[in-house]
Design a protein. Structure first.
Length: 114
């Protein structure tokens, strides 16, 4: 499975972006899908995840602002980001786990200006 992340860009604080992560293969059987981010000088952190069955979880700093979703027909995972803040600036990476193997996208830059 190859993942292609897109949708990043420059946005003003308070704005919105939707990141997409298109998979080359089926993600129907994925038991874990997530979005991580890494800001300059910081460790990569898990921002949002969805496990099989549809349960989602978010890091506290994005709860109520970010939403992770999937479209099995399009083999795509999304991260809708609302009310963006400058501290959300980072490279965002998507990942899926299929039959115990994890796959990563290449990352997409999100920059939020104040």
């Amino acid at each position: 499975v190859q993942l292609q992340a897109s949708g990043g860009g420059l946005v003003q604080a308070g704005g919105s972006l939707r990141l997409s992560c298109a998979a080359s293969g089926s993600i129907f059987s994925a038991d874990f899908m997530g979005w991580y981010r890494q800001a300059p000088g910081k460790e990569r952190e898990l921002v949002a995840l969805m496990i099989s069955g549809g349960t989602t979880n978010y890091v506290d700093s994005v709860k109520g602002r970010f939403t992770v979703s999937r479209d099995n027909a399009k083999n795509t995972v999304y991260l809708l980001m609302n009310s963006l803040k400058p501290e959300d600036t980072a490279v965002y990476y998507c990942t899926v786990r299929v039959r115990g193997k994890s796959f990563w996208g290449q990352g997409t830059q999100v920059t939020v200006s104040s």
